[in-house]
Design a protein around this ligand. Structure first.
Ligand code: SF4
Ligand code: ZN
Length: 304
């Protein structure tokens, strides 16, 4: 098959558009869409110090590659990488290595923070102590540490690798659970994270489906760690939402994107109907929390 825009061989067919893309046009198209989401939502502005959370997986590495490509010649925007090492043998050690090589190659400063040093234990240790729930606990600690370190490093934005599939699964899960308030955590720059102790999160890949993100990384020879974490417990609801959306996308191409668009339209109504609870500071660690003592301090107390 030939590319719909030139005479080169096609590497990708986007079914909802009916267009074939050669390597060159595919890369250009992804970059155009990422630039658009950044511009329309003002995800990046002059004076920004952007911390990119880089795990070594395809999505976060793509975000770093793309933001660096777009902004490296702009002296008013600073970019650096934050990587967390939870201490997961056979998985995180390898993905951290990949991310280190990549950051060096493109000349972006990387800060690596280890759970062992920050919390006093690795997730490998935690998994032996707790019978279940260590993936959820690890996720909680990850979000806490990312925000804290990004703020300490004076980042004005925290860029994550969320893609269209991640976003759609979350939307569907929140609706199915009746947790509409959580919808305000969605979107390219969630409102919830604009409280002063939070570094605002930005999701430059939010309109890029997972398969296209993977192809973009491969076509650009971006090194990423393909294996997923051995402790990842697939939340049955997320797994169900993923299968449901993938099946629907097969029969009705473009359905994920329209779900994302619908959620964006609903969000302003959700905001007026449901008020986000007051966010104060944890009396133990000072980090943002809606309770007197934050969930991380509770968790750490339980572990000790
Ligand atoms: Fe931690 Fe779970 Fe992510 Fe593994 S999958 S790194 S345990 S949050
Ligand atoms: Zn082409």
């Amino acid at each position: 098959m030939k590319c719909s825009f030139c005479r080169n061989e096609s590497v990708y067919f986007r079914r909802n558009e009916g267009h074939h893309y050669c390597k060159n046009h595919f890369i250009k198209n992804i970059e155009k869409r990422v630039k658009r989401i950044i511009r329309v939502n003002k995800l990046v502005e002059n004076g920004d110090r952007i911390a990119v959370t880089v795990s070594g997986g395809k999505d976060s590495t793509n975000v770093l590659f793309l933001l660096n490509k777009i902004f490296k010649n702009n002296p008013k925007i600073k970019l650096f990488a934050i990587t967390l090492d939870e201490g997961i043998k056979g998985y995180r050690d390898k993905s951290v290595k990949k991310s280190e090589i990549f950051c060096k190659k493109i000349g972006v400063k990387q800060y690596i923070f280890m759970f062992k040093k920050e919390f006093g234990f690795t997730v490998d240790k935690l998994s032996k102590k707790m019978k279940s729930g260590y993936c959820g606990s690890c996720g909680l600690l990850r979000r806490y540490l990312l925000n804290k370190k990004a703020r300490e490093l004076k980042a004005t934005k925290l860029a994550t690798g969320h893609n269209l599939d991640d976003e759609c699964q979350s939307i569907l899960m929140n609706v199915l659970k009746g947790d509409l308030l959580r919808l305000v955590r969605g979107g390219p720059m969630p409102l919830l994270t604009r409280y002063k102790m939070f570094v605002p999160r930005i999701k430059p890949l939010i309109t890029i489906p997972e398969n296209e993100s993977e192809l973009y990384a491969k076509l650009n020879n971006i090194p990423f760690h393909p294996k997923s974490c051995s402790y990842s417990v697939d939340n049955p609801l997320r797994g169900g939402a993923r299968n449901f959306l993938n099946n629907l996308e097969e029969t009705s191409p473009g359905i994920k994107y329209s779900l994302y668009e619908s959620a964006l339209k609903i969000m302003p109504f959700v905001r007026t109907k449901f008020k986000v609870g007051k966010i104060g500071s944890c009396k133990k660690c000072g980090e943002p929390s809606s309770q007197e003592v934050c969930k991380v301090c509770e968790l750490l107390k339980g572990i000790k």
